[in-house]
Ligand binder design. Structure first.
Ligand code: BT5
Length: 254
């Protein structure tokens, strides 16, 4: 039986500063407060149940109690590396899945990690500024461990680690692995090595894409990515578009 308590997490993750709450609206909100109070690089907020989980662009993140890794990592990166925070999360999660023995792991631009072609986690970085001073970044991560999506809207697109790999896992062990991977890759923030590790796993390159932008839809071939993380898409007329990650989502081309 998995024990997921403050005491166990504290001793497993020591000396990392952690805050564990049994239930919360969003771990990103607690982590942002902690940042404002001077929370250190590497500190992490963890919960067992998130009742108002956020996705990007006002979307919601679904996590029933006891079924997922739900965490927000505090980071103090250089401002020049902010565009790599999503890359950091995606690469670290992909690496953890590799270590668990998963075979079909890929990144769907810009922020989805896919296992067997389905979304296994979500990544939500939020940056806090004080005027022009960068206070820090909160890297929110939700990884589906044992969510049963049967009968939900997500049944066809989402997946959890345990059913996919046919084994059960202890979330404390998973957290240790994930945080170790995040620490390793944080040391490469701002470098080409992190960008290249992210690009190497991008299944989106070379495929047809349909992108929902505030200005309308863009359909084309995803040709390449820029070090900023922007996607270069060539439309049917041969025109090249550069699409920033922040304000778009990637649909399936019909
Ligand atoms: C994301 O948004 O993928 C970012 C999700 C980040 C969640 C973490 S959990 C810890 C931290 N605290 C928070 O409040 N958030 C972060 P986006 O790319 O917008 O994808 C959201 C979409 O994914 C939803 O509209 C659903 O279609 C789908 N979705 C929701 N829950 C899911 C789940 N558990 N597994 C797979 N897909 C899901």
């Amino acid at each position: 039986m998995e024990i997921y308590t403050a005491e166990r997490l504290q001793s497993a993750l020591s000396p990392r500063p952690i805050r564990f709450v049994e239930s919360v609206g969003s771990t990103n909100d607690l982590a942002r407060q902690w940042l404002q109070q001077g929370g250190a690089n590497g500190a992490v907020v963890i919960t067992n149940e998130q009742v108002q989980g956020r996705g990007r662009l006002g979307r919601t993140w679904f996590t029933p109690p006891g079924t997922a890794l739900i965490l927000s990592l505090l980071l103090h990166p250089p401002a020049t590396a902010l565009h790599q925070i999503t890359m950091l999360g995606a690469v670290a999660i992909a690496e953890m899945l590799d270590q668990l023995g998963a075979h079909s792991v890929a990144i769907k631009w810009p922020n989805d990690v896919l296992l067997n072609g389905r979304k296994v986690c979500g990544i939500l970085p939020e940056t806090t500024w004080d005027g022009s001073r960068l206070v820090g970044v909160v890297l929110g991560i939700g990884v589906n461990v044992r969510i049963d999506f049967t009968g939900t809207d997500l049944a066809a697109t989402a997946i959890s680690i345990e059913p996919a790999l046919g084994r059960s896992f202890d979330r404390v062990d998973l957290l240790k692995m994930l945080l170790a991977s995040l620490d390793r890759w944080s040391a490469h923030l701002g470098t080409d090595a992190l960008f290249e590790a992210w690009r190497a796993r991008l299944q989106t390159l070379g495929t047809s894409v349909l992108i929902d932008q505030p200005t309308g839809q863009l359909r084309g071939l995803a040709e390449s990515v820029e070090p900023s993380g922007a996607l270069r898409v060539r439309d049917a007329g041969g025109r090249l578009h550069t699409v920033m990650a922040g304000d778009v989502s990637l649909g399936e081309p019909g």
